[in-house]
Ligand binder design. Structure first.
Ligand code: 8YV
Length: 332
């Protein structure tokens, strides 16, 4: 049965360039408006999009707030976001306007966990610094005391947020000889805890004070905004490292930059930033941080899988069924 509120071929507006194979399939299935030059839409263009579309396909770079949603046309029934995090969408306003939200969970778990692990290795072992020495042309050769980092094996990893990605990081970490610790809103199932050999810390403060490496893997929600606040960052020991592949907003970035600058925290690996794409200038000056341009899930395979999920969500909705990846506000 076709969704009574939706025309046979819904007008789908996609805000950024997606993999060709996904765009081609979308064109076959829907009346699709693409953004081939990939320029992020302005506020005015986003408003035009929500006024006209039956389905909007935004990404993390589009802020779908109440100002935008209040301009949405009657036709806009589905926002099928290309990505897992939904912190760029005002879920409460969407709900009151009867707009369904979907995301693309699961398909970027392993890629993001790989990138997290890459940062967990890169920061203590000074990978970026080493690369910079080579490229500067100033490398004078091996010495017993140059480029000394810290051993990974035998250290304690504290995972903040033991969801899909946190668990995938834990599995990798075991192979590198890290002991796994975690803090989560809810303790995970005993079977998963046993499989991951993970120690649960009810108190985030206590966990932070005892870890060698802290990995942020929770979503950004009102409850996790600045979860790693200036006060909590002070609990982290001076030799310890922080890695963040989740959302910049979970850490008070200014306080983190200050702590890294003063040596109160040993180093950081950051794939996400509080005010993307702006980077705190203090971070750029520091040698003990590895900075990446939000590329945790950036694999060709992952992007195609994400696109497939978006298509399935739109198609099932248009056909009158409940799309598989509905985002329920209370999940966040
Ligand atoms: C995506 C992400 O690339 O899915 C997420 O939540 O952070 C990224 O890995 C991005 O969101 C695409 O919109």
């Amino acid at each position: 049965m076709a969704n009574p509120k939706m025309k046979r071929k819904p007008l789908v507006v996609v805000t950024r360039k997606l993999p060709d194979v996904i765009e081609t399939r979308m064109m076959e299935l829907f009346e699709t408006r693409l953004n081939l030059d990939d320029r992020p839409l302005s506020q005015a263009e986003l408003i035009r999009a929500v006024k006209e579309a039956d389905v909007l396909v935004p990404t993390v770079t589009d802020r779908i707030d109440s100002a935008i949603l209040s301009q949405a046309g009657e036709n806009l029934r589905l926002i099928a976001s290309f990505g897992t995090g939904v912190d760029h969408i005002d879920l409460a306003t969407a709900r009151t306007r009867g707009i369904t939200i979907t995301n693309t969970p699961g398909v970027l778990t392993e890629d993001t966990a790989d990138m997290t692990m890459a940062l967990i290795l890169a920061v203590p072992r000074r990978l970026s610094e080493g690369e910079r020495v080579i490229r500067s042309g100033n490398w004078t050769g091996w010495s017993p005391t140059s480029m000394l980092g810290n051993r990974i094996w035998g250290k304690r990893l504290g995972i903040v947020g033991m969801g899909r990605i946190g668990s995938a990081v834990a599995r990798r970490a075991r192979g590198f000889g890290l002991s796994v610790h975690y803090h989560n809103r809810r303790r995970v199932h005993p079977d998963l805890e046993a499989e991951l050999e993970a120690t649960y810390w009810d108190s985030l403060d206590q966990m932070l004070a005892h870890m060698d490496i802290v990995s942020v893997n929770c979503p950004h929600t009102p409850a996790t905004y600045h979860l790693l606040s200036a006060r909590r960052l002070k609990l982290i020991r001076p030799h310890s490292y922080i890695v963040n592949t989740s959302r910049g907003e979970v850490i008070d970035e200014n306080a983190l930059a200050r702590a890294l600058e003063s040596g109160a925290i040993g180093g950081a690996g950051l794939d996400v930033f509080e005010h993307e794409p702006a980077i705190n200038p203090k971070l750029l000056k520091l040698d003990n941080v590895v900075l990446l341009p939000h590329m945790g899930s950036a694999t060709i395979e992952g992007r195609v899988d994400m696109g497939e999920k978006v298509i399935v969500n739109i198609k099932t909705f248009a056909d009158g069924h409940a799309p598989p990846d509905r985002v329920i506000e209370t999940m966040y």
